[in-house]
Design a protein around this ligand. Structure first.
Ligand SMILES: Cc1cc2nc3c(=O)[nH]c(=O)nc-3n(C[C@H](O)[C@H](O)[C@H](O)COP(=O)(O)OP(=O)(O)OC[C@H]3O[C@@H](n4cnc5c(N)ncnc54)[C@H](O)[C@@H]3O)c2cc1C
Length: 388
């Protein structure tokens, strides 16, 4: 089949990413997945090429690109068959420092992150007893002299073993003492090289995908006060500010997955002969591929709308949420379709479909579950009464 799937612009950028990603063939990703390893060589190549520093302004040594370009980078990784979930945190976690950190923090961390000398791949928000209800978090940071002392527990915290720095959300004023439940939380930069084994312990969680994620326990972990980001008590707002970029980038990863599934499905459907003809000649096989493509194109448009608003400095919360919803749903639909088109071969590890199928499923749960997006739309866009 000669005609490739059409691209939505950014030709040179896509070419550069395709060139880099082509060095990491399916066998590479299969081996990493089988061994539950980390794609270190891939992440290093991406870092050295400067792509993970896309959103760091050039004044701090980054590429100074917009969210649209950053999203194309993430899309191309997944579209090539790779998994950007191994390193996407490095692209967006620094946003909290960039937007709300002091000049000293920016100078200390951003250039080193841009050069790849430091990795800030982790952000610790979720807790076992509170889940999506973030304002109820139990992890506390109490001020003692020139330091904060942290106690509590987090769960599902990704990429700690491949990070030097972690963003942490903790409560600094008890819930009972704040006017609004969103107040009284603060954000810190935790230097993992100092914290691990000295008040912070980590237990990996075996899970369905090859995604390094962990339970984290804080037992009187000391954090120097200059590691607080911005003002004490405003942490929840700072975290929310970062979510639009995160959701839009993850939407782009889902779009990359979706194109990969559709491409695989159409090639297989055109070549697999059963009952004396290509299976793709049957409309029962064709139509689900067409449907996936239509759904994915719609998600792609919403992704670029979210990027355009974000890059123009305008509110993009609604579009980022809707892009994430549409893209995660479309990529999952495409995954299911692709597996079905491949029949039994869809289950064979060497075809990669079962791996991508597992990987793309995650994004209807993390970093925000689909129901919470529906709830956001109901309350914030449709004016329906709050349910929680
Ligand atoms: C592989 C992986 C990596 C992750 N990485 C990170 C990370 O790096 N950092 C981090 O902080 N977190 C991370 N998470 C956590 C992730 O953000 C949460 O799993 C997600 O936000 C959902 O929270 P929960 O699992 O506690 O589900 P819950 O909040 O317990 O919800 C369970 C289900 O109930 C639904 N639900 C809950 N309340 C309502 C309601 N009021 N109305 C309708 N439906 C509702 C939810 O939509 C969901 O489907 C990760 C999770 C996974 C699986």
């Amino acid at each position: 089949m000669s005609n490739p799937l059409p691209d939505s612009g950014y030709g040179e950028l896509r070419e550069a990413l395709r060139d880099l990603c082509s060095r990491f063939e399916p066998a590479y990703w299969q081996k990493v997945d089988r061994e539950r390893g980390y794609p270190e060589a891939f992440v290093e190549a991406l870092t050295q090429a400067g792509w993970l520093a896309a959103l760091i302004p050039s004044a701090y040594g980054g590429a100074g690109l917009g969210l649209a370009e950053a999203s194309v980078i993430m899309e191309e990784i997944n579209r090539s068959g790779g998994n950007a979930g191994s390193c996407h945190g490095q692209m967006y976690n620094m946003g909290t420092v960039l937007r709300h950190g002091s000049e000293a923090q920016k100078r200390r961390y951003l250039p080193a992150l841009a050069r790849g000398e430091l990795r800030m791949q982790s952000m610790a928000v979720t807790e076992p007893s509170t889940g999506s209800d973030t304002t109820q978090i139990k992890t506390v940071a109490r001020k003692e002299g020139a330091r904060y002392v942290v106690s509590g527990q987090k769960v599902w915290i990704s990429r700690i073993q491949h990070s030097d720095l972690m963003i942490l959300l903790a409560r600094t004023t008890p819930l009972a003492e704040v006017k609004k439940k969103t107040e009284g939380m603060s954000v810190f930069i935790v230097d993992l090289r100092e914290a691990l084994g000295r008040g912070m312990t980590v237990r990996p969680i075996a899970n369905m995908v090859n995604h390094e994620t962990n339970e984290v326990f804080f037992d009187e972990l000391e954090i120097p006060e200059d590691q607080l980001i911005g003002e004490e008590g405003l942490g929840f707002r700072y975290i929310l500010d970062g979510l639009n970029a995160e959701r839009t980038l993850i939407a782009a990863e889902c779009i990359g997955d979706g194109y990969w599934f559709i491409d695989r499905a159409r090639h297989y459907a055109a070549s697999r002969q059963v009952f004396g003809r290509a299976i793709g000649q049957n409309q029962g096989v064709q139509f689900p591929i067409s449907e996936s493509y239509i759904e994915l194109q719609a998600a792609d448009l919403m992704r670029f709308r979210a990027c355009a608003l974000f890059d123009a400095g305008e509110a993009s919360g609604a579009e980022a949420n809707m892009a994430k919803y549409l893209a995660a749903k479309a990529s999952w639909q495409a995954a299911d379709m692709c597996l079905q088109v491949h029949g039994g071969f869809g289950f064979a590890a060497e075809y990669d479909i079962e791996r991508k199928f597992r990987e793309t499923r995650l994004y209807q749960v993390a970093p925000i579950s689909t129901n919470l997006i529906l709830s956001y739309v109901a309350e914030h866009l449709l004016g329906l009464p709050r349910s929680f």
